[in-house]
Design a protein around this ligand. Sequence first.
Ligand SMILES: Nc1nc2c(c(=O)[nH]1)N[C@H]1C(S)=C(S)[C@@H](COP(=O)(O)O)O[C@H]1N2
Ligand SMILES: [Mo]
Length: 202
Amino acid sequence: MNMDSQPADNRLSPVREPRLPPGQVKTEKWPVLHYGSVPRIELASWELRVDGLVAEPQRWTWEAFQALPRIQVRSDIHCVTRWSRYDNVWEGVSIREVLSRARPLPEARFAIIHAAQGFTTNLPLQELDQDDVLLADRHDEQPLTPEHGWPLRLVVPRRYFWKSAKWISRIELVGRDQPGFWERNGYHNEADPWREERFSDW
Ligand SMILES: Nc1nc2c(c(=O)[nH]1)N[C@H]1C(S)=C(S)[C@@H](COP(=O)(O)O)O[C@H]1N2
Ligand SMILES: [Mo]
């Protein structure tokens, strides 16, 4: 049996009650939303870095990243523009796998996720470092398409979907929070769908 052909680890993101957060509408489709254009990415020059306040900065080529242990997580998407899509099956590498190799320093408290074309988003390290958070390259048994973040996107099920950065290239751990792209442009810093943290007050 080829142990590499199947992710060994299938997880379910906790289902909240009620499942649909306030102000959301369930959809079957999967809309495409982002700022700017879909970047053209070459796998040959692609890399993912984890750096900042870590004991052992990491850097993976596409090939090396593909050799990491893989998981599947089933979770719901909640977009701030009010659509929710249930039961997305994401496949890729657990964030914990990636973070543990970099060994965050005690003073690391926030993560800045860097993506193509200068896009960033920010999360408390505690929110990122969860069992259902992963770096995904597959969705519903298919490779991600370029418009949905191929080759690699972050998936953070407990936050509005803008925190799930597409086309990611770097995870930087820092001591102080720094609002990311949408967070500087009117979206809420915390983005909890059950609290309807859609927009910032300023
Ligand atoms: N790199 C990058 N990632 C991004 C964005 C973006 O503009 N750039 N937009 C976010 C927003 S606002 C949403 S709603 C989701 C949409 O993901 P989807 O197009 O796969 O549905 O991607 C998020 N990730
Ligand atoms: Mo969004």
